[in-house]
Design a protein around this ligand. Structure first.
Ligand code: CP
Ligand code: NVA
Length: 318
């Protein structure tokens, strides 16, 4: 990999940092992580693992379920030369009420990094504040920044670049929508979020994203057809996120006109790709025809969780 003066400086800036939201990262830092992710992916495809984290351990705290995040972090740290520890909150004392601050201090004595998936963003901030090692947000009710790193890598692979593109996110104004909006705003991508009025992203996240825009736009609308016009990427996510299972029926009604199907895809650019963080509910937020069709890149996106998070761990914990 060619190492420029800028990337040497960025590399230094990233060591030891937390990754709690993309809003804490500059365009240059995100671009560096994406370049590193592409490099690690190429090396792995050649059969050559880069191992900057020999002897290092990542603890992975899960208060919510996961397939992709767990497996990509655990295999990722292993491929980088280290070890991953799966810590279900049900089985550690955190789940029985041990304070987050004590947990952070104790784990900092054993580990080299912590990934946490939980409900409250404030808990992740509290963990990071009390830990002396990098803390990575593996999803909260507010954000899913690791997913967006992998998404950006996928978009670059499909479209060659990010700047000047348009993403349309159709569905719930949830953690995915928030992180995608912030990531797009930082990276110079236009983004339109289409959601029913009562399910649009909270104004604080919209304002947060808007503070990063330069020539690009952040738009929130309740018209999915308007949102997808001229879009290069159509993105959706489940209507009821983890923790909202009891609202499933109510949400199915509210989102009935927000399904990504062939009819909606036709209104986007002819070359548009379809993205979804997964898990998906076919027949709800997306038709089977679209997610299993030729424009869908969802499995490429899922694979890139591995490469993007390896880049993140190598940069923060290396
Ligand atoms: N996209 C994603 O984070 O998937 P998991 O919930 O399976 O980790
Ligand atoms: N919005 C979804 C994303 C899952 C990866 C959830 O929080 O359940």
């Amino acid at each position: 990999m060619t190492v420029s003066v800028t990337s040497v400086n960025v590399e230094k800036q990233l060591k030891g940092r937390d990754f709690l939201t993309l809003a804490d990262y500059s365009k240059e830092e995100i671009a560096y992580l994406l370049e590193l992710a592409a490099y690690l992916k190429t090396e792995r495809k050649k059969g050559e693992e880069v191992q900057p984290l020999k002897g290092k351990t990542l603890g992975m705290i899960f208060e919510k379920s996961s397939t992709r995040t767990r497996v990509s972090f655990e295999t990722g740290i292993y491929q980088l030369g280290g070890t991953g520890l799966f810590l279900s909150s049900k089985d550690i004392q955190l789940g029985r009420g041990e304070p987050i601050s004590d947990t952070a201090k104790v784990l900092s004595g054993y580990l080299d990094g912590i990934m946490i998936r939980t409900f409250s963003q404030a808990d992740v901030v509290e963990l990071a504040k009390n830990a002396s090692i990098p803390v990575i947000n593996g999803l909260t009710d507010d954000y899913h920044p690791c997913q967006v790193l992998a998404d950006m890598q996928t978009i670059i692979e499909c479209k060659g670049n990010l700047e000047g593109l348009k993403i349309a996110f159709v569905g719930d104004g949830n953690n995915m929508a928030n992180s995608l909006m912030i990531g797009a705003a930082i990276m110079g991508v236009d983004i339109s979020i289409a959601a029913p009025k009562e399910y649009q992203p909270k104004q604080t996240f919209v304002n947060q994203a808007k503070q990063f825009v330069t020539n690009n736009k952040v738009i929130v609308t309740d018209d999915p057809r308007e949102a997808v016009k001229g879009a290069d990427v159509i993105y959706t996510d489940v209507w009821a996120s983890m923790g909202q299972e009891s609202e499933q029926q109510k949400r199915e009604q509210a989102f009935a006109d927000f399904q990504v199907n062939d009819e909606l895809m036709k209104l986007a650019n002819a070359e548009a790709i379809f993205m979804h963080c997964l898990p998906a509910h076919r027949g709800e937020e997306v038709s089977a025809g679209v997610i299993d069709g030729g424009q869908s890149v969802v499995f490429q996106q899922a694979e890139n969780r591995l490469h993007a998070q390896k880049a993140l761990m190598a940069a923060l914990m290396g």
